[in-house]
Design a binder for this molecule. Structure first.
Ligand SMILES: CC(C)(COP(=O)(O)OP(=O)(O)OC[C@H]1O[C@@H](n2cnc3c(N)ncnc32)[C@H](O)[C@@H]1OP(=O)(O)O)[C@@H](O)C(=O)NCCC(=O)NCCS
Length: 215
């Protein structure tokens, strides 16, 4: 489903790309680590190893990329649809990559991030924009395009999780129609991962979403 798609900007850049472009795995892994390294470090660190693990277990058909004029990935929205997420990697892969002793606790940590979609649901699997490009509308484009993917796949709802230390991202989601449905307190994660609560948000998918991130 690698269909290039133009973003709604008059200068022609950035543009959205359905699917992660062939060869973009390393760039996506680097962006994810830049954005979520604190959260992922315990499970997949050290950083170079974690980025390599993410890149080699990436499902290109489960992401939307924002590309700059040179074709570099400057933003990505991953999603889980029908049980297939942007990042794969089974328990066996973790054990073979990190060894038996190191692998078992990592598998337990990774289980905390696993969010299976319910029937008719698309679950967002991380959205991030390169730090140098934030605040310019790329995240909004990616959210709209994710809603288009949900609508095209006959989903009725989008679900995501946001942590308590990220109020700006939460405000962005509210502006895009998401509402909080419940908050899980996670004080045991404050020290290892830097956050103490996770809020799940939902947004209904409507026929208007079919137009996505394009004008
Ligand atoms: C959240 C994120 C994807 C938004 O992408 P973006 O391209 O900056 O989004 P837009 O330009 O469309 O909208 C900007 C809004 O995003 C939100 N935002 C969240 N974190 C931000 C940041 N570090 N810089 C700028 N805006 C941020 C704000 O609501 C901002 O609007 P405001 O400054 O007027 O309040 C991006 O900031 C990012 O990658 N953050 C780090 C990773 C992350 O937190 N992902 C979400 C996990 S739930």
């Amino acid at each position: 489903m690698d269909v290039p798609k133009k973003a709604d900007r008059s200068d022609g850049a950035p543009r959205l790309h359905r699917g992660i472009p062939d060869g973009g795995e390393t760039q996506v892994a680097a962006l994810y680590w830049e954005a979520f390294g604190r959260k992922l470090g315990g499970a997949l660190g050290p950083p170079a190893k974690g980025r390599a693990f993410l890149a080699s277990h990436l499902h290109r058909d489960r992401g939307i990329a924002a590309l700059d004029g040179a074709g570099r990935v400057i933003g990505v929205a991953g999603y889980d649809l029908a049980g297939r997420a942007l990042f794969g990697g089974s328990a066996r892969d973790v054990l073979s990559g990190y060894g038996l002793l190191g692998g078992v606790p990592r598998i337990a940590l990774l289980a905390l991030f696993t969010r299976r979609p319910a029937e008719g649901e698309l679950v967002m699997d991380g959205i991030c924009v390169a730090a140098s490009h934030r605040g310019t509308g790329i995240g909004s484009l990616l959210l709209r395009e994710t809603a288009a993917v949900a609508a095209e796949n006959a989903c009725t709802r989008i679900r995501l999780d946001v942590i308590d230390t990220n109020p700006r991202a939460r405000a962005l989601y509210v502006r895009h129609g998401f509402g909080a449905v419940h908050t899980r307190q996670t004080p045991f994660l404050r020290k290892p991962m830097g956050f103490g609560a996770v809020t799940t948000m939902h947004r209904a998918v409507t026929p208007d979403d079919l137009s996505g991130g394009t004008p």
